[in-house]
Design a protein around this ligand. Structure first.
Ligand code: PLP
Length: 323
């Protein structure tokens, strides 16, 4: 696998792996449960976008960019980490947020602390608005750099091929299954591409937080194939090889149901482990159901890849409903 340059100060490695011993006993399951703590990456309050940004912003620096633009939801972890990464490198962060302006809490509060320039939009129009802003900045003689939704282009996603290598070769861990929240698909595409190139044959199970399975598997297969090409060993990865569970996505993006709430409270109260209402709580709800249903063979090792998102707990719309 070809090496790609990245911003080293943004990605001290490896992130910790923790055993979730108290959750292992849930429903009498006999699996070993681990968590890869990518919620502890070093941009403010951490998360999986930090790995992608370390590669994407190296490209931005090499191109002499001075403005970084991206888009996401009001409580976007991706936007919060992108804004922080831009500040870390002395660039100006510009965010297009889909939703209504609201009093800052959670991720939005941090966007405001970072003094990101915020433009309000809708889910349907955000991409168009983002591209228009990019052109406006260029026309003004600035040097903008556009980060796609979720940081999920081949370069951003490649960060998770390297992350898998970190787990397998630096931490010497080879779980039978890896479970995590999947949305724009970059994390899963990177892991799948890395698995192919590194010969990892454990299960890679994405719990969709918003997209239907058909949409997500198709997107991930294409992106994973592109990542293998970028890393110098092209493989064709097909949608049928991508494992996505979408039954938890049905209530809609960012809708905290009893499932997520139950996962948050179980993790906190049984293990002292924090997951969030939008992503990791949904993925953990899936993992808990799999433990309950005996999905994993006795004696297997399952790794929950914690992708971050905990600032959403402090967003008013969730905090008021949690306890
Ligand atoms: C963005 C995000 C994900 C999903 O990662 P993708 O690469 O977009 O699929 C999962 N968890 C958290 C906390 C996120 O912010």
């Amino acid at each position: 696998m070809r090496e790609l340059p990245y911003i080293r100060e943004m990605l001290p490695q490896p992130t910790p792996v923790q055993r979730l011993e108290r959750l292992e006993g849930l429903y009498g399951s006999r699996v070993k449960l681990l968590a890869k703590r990518d919620d502890l990456t070093i941009l403010p309050l951490g998360g999986n976008k930090t790995r992608k940004l370390a590669y994407l912003l190296k490209d931005a620096v090499d191109r002499g960019a001075n403005v970084v633009l991206t888009t996401g939801a009001v409580q976007s972890n991706h936007c919060r980490q992108t804004a922080a990464a831009a500040r870390m490198l002395g660039m100006k962060p510009v965010l297009v947020l889909a939703g209504e302006p609201e009093e800052p809490s959670g991720n939005l509060l941090i966007d405001r602390l970072l003094d990101a320039e915020i433009h309000w939009s809708t889910r349907e129009k955000r991409q168009e608005d983002l591209e228009k802003l990019y052109e406006d900045y260029r026309a003004r003689g600035e040097r903008p750099y556009l980060i796609p939704y979720g940081g999920s282009n081949p370069l951003g996603a490649s960060a998770y091929a390297f992350a898998l290598r970190e787990l397998l070769e630096v931490q010497n861990l080879r779980p039978d299954a890896i479970v995590f929240a999947s949305s724009s698909g970059g994390t899963q595409a990177g892991l799948v591409a890395g698995a192919r190139l590194l010969g990892y044959d454990g299960e890679i199970i994405g719990i969709s937080v918003d997209e239907p399975r058909e949409v997500l598997t198709e997107r991930i297969a294409r992106l994973a194939s592109e990542v293998t090409e970028l890393l110098g060993e092209p493989h064709e990865i097909r949608p049928g090889e991508i494992r996505v569970i979408d039954e938890y996505a049905k209530p809609g993006y960012g809708v905290m149901t009893d499932k997520e709430k139950d996962a948050i409270l179980k993790c906190a109260r049984i293990q002292g482990f924090l997951v969030d209402p939008v992503y990791t709580g949904r993925a953990m709800a899936g993992l808990i159901d799999m433990l309950r249903d005996g999905y994993f063979a006795d004696g297997s090792t399952v790794l929950f890849w914690h992708t971050g998102g905990t600032p959403a707990i402090f967003a008013k719309k969730y905090s008021s409903k949690l306890v």
